[in-house]
Design a protein around this ligand. Structure first.
Ligand code: ADP
Ligand code: ZN
Length: 435
């Protein structure tokens, strides 16, 4: 039998879940409308009142909310509870612009931590485990979320935060960490450091990793599983909803179950706003169902993704989302062609390179240029100059096949590309500087 934190919810029949969602949706909409002027205005403008929302089927009547709305409402404009009822603030990483702050009541923190506890138990976590949390602590939600979840499971929690990689490894060994939580790019860096320190994955006790907060590929998953000797699981979330734990992967490692009792997902066409059927690729939209301080209705995440409901080997009935392939605003349009950084990562790892790379886009005259810098290992670097040039050509050809355009490849010496301890910054779009 599976390992669940809240088995009744996680394995509930779809009709039961829909009933919970409908019931909570009505309350959440009423709460937002009654307590947030911003919502009242938006809904009045669209001619929809809380009375028009009678069940899940009426969700589409509500207006969308965007990140621009959140920035405009900064800091208190969307707050639905008096500040005296709030106990916590967290903030987005600001990956794509000004940070957004969100507020939590004690109840909001509790449901967020429940979501993270479900994620930990889904990878086999129990109170016997030692959970090393090396997501950043602070305003960023990564550390706080998994930390709270680990407490709820009853695991021994190591609040390491990110950075100081050798110390991470020391504690991992001394205290026998069995589950590690961090960004996939930091996991790769820890794996690399382990090797440099001459420690084999067999010398540590990690069995599972919960990696998220940024896009990563299946190739990266295999890479990290090998270098750390564990099973790597995805976790998804965004500060606006709560933080990590909106969706989590189970032992099937085939997409993330969304905590549908707290968040309703939809996929829309990002250009028209039309709701797309299950299985279609589009922008992920979420509606919170049980948030007190910061209810968000139909929030457009800008993450590009696919939803599918299927019978899962783990016994969970919660709908699954595929690995987001990146945000709509991560997508680069180069010479008119859509390029996702994750496609580049796939090619690199398939061809036996490290996940240490940087993508630079610029403009020369009227032409876009794409330069990809890839770090070589010391073994790869010991090749002759000619052999390295040859490899650059091969790699450019493989990229051309994947992307449809020809990049300029640069194979660079070991350690010349900065490592990431949190969310990796791999793309530099210099065209923006000229605009
Ligand atoms: P910011 O939007 O400033 O980065 P957050 O720290 O709240 O702020 O990050 C949330 C975003 O991180 C998501 O909208 C998504 O783009 C990305 N993300 C989180 N988890 C994953 C994941 N498992 N796979 C891909 N992207 C993810
Ligand atoms: Zn499952």
């Amino acid at each position: 039998m599976g390992n669940y934190y809240q088995q009744d919810i996680e394995t509930m029949a779809p009709e039961g879940l829909r009933a919970i969602q409908s019931e909570r949706l009505l309350k959440q909409v009423r709460h937002a409308y009654d307590n947030v002027a911003y919502y009242r205005e938006m809904m009045d403008k669209k001619g929809v009142s809380p009375d028009d929302i009678k069940s899940l089927d009426d969700l589409h009547k509500l207006p969308f909310l965007t990140k621009a709305d959140l920035r405009e409402a900064y800091p208190y404009g969307l707050l639905a509870k008096p500040l005296s009822e709030c106990v916590r603030i967290q903030s987005t990483s600001g990956t794509t612009g000004k940070r957004v702050v969100v507020f939590y009541t004690a109840h909001d923190v509790d449901i967020w931590e429940q979501c993270c506890a479900r994620a930990i138990m889904a990878v086999g976590g129990t109170k016997e485990d030692v959970v090393q949390v090396c997501y950043g602590y602070g305003l960023f939600t990564g550390g706080a979320g998994l930390h709270g979840g680990s407490h709820k499971v009853g695991s021994l929690t190591l609040p390491m935060s990110s950075g100081n990689t050798e110390r991470q490894i020391q504690f991992m060994q001394d205290l026998g960490s069995t589950i590690i939580c961090c960004t996939p790019s930091y996991a790769a860096y820890i794996g690399e450091t382990l090797k440099e320190m001459g420690i084999s994955p067999d010398d540590i006790q990690l069995k599972a990793g919960i990696f998220g907060a940024e896009p990563w590929t299946e190739e990266m998953r295999r890479d990290v599983e090998k270098s750390l000797g564990l099973k790597a699981y995805d976790i998804y979330g965004l500060t606006e909803m709560c933080g990590p734990g909106v969706a989590f992967e189970c032992e099937a490692q085939g997409g993330m179950h969304i905590n549908e009792d707290y968040f309703i997902p939809e996929i829309i066409d990002p250009d028209t706003g039309e709701v797309l059927p299950e299985g279609a690729k589009g922008e992920l939209v979420f509606t919170t169902l049980d948030k007190e301080a910061f209810p968000l209705l139909r929030y457009r995440t800008r993450d590009i993704c696919v939803l599918h409901r299927e019978k899962c080997a783990c016994g969970r009935t919660l709908i699954k989302m595929a690995k987001p392939m990146g945000r709509s605003d991560d997508m680069l349009i180069i010479r008119g062609v859509n390029v996702f950084p994750s496609q580049i990562e796939t090619v690199l790892l398939e061809q036996g390179y490290t996940p240490n790379y940087r993508i630079e886009v610029d403009r020369a005259g009227n032409n876009d240029t794409l330069d990809i810098y890839v770090e070589l290992t010391s073994e790869q670097f010991s090749d002759t100059v000619r052999a390295i040039e040859q490899k650059e050509k091969q790699l450019a050809a493989a990229m051309k096949t994947m992307l449809g355009i020809n990049p300029k490849m640069h194979l660079v010496p070991p350690k010349s590309i900065a490592r990431s301890e949190g969310k990796a910054v791999r793309v530099v779009d210099k065209r923006k500087l000229h605009d």
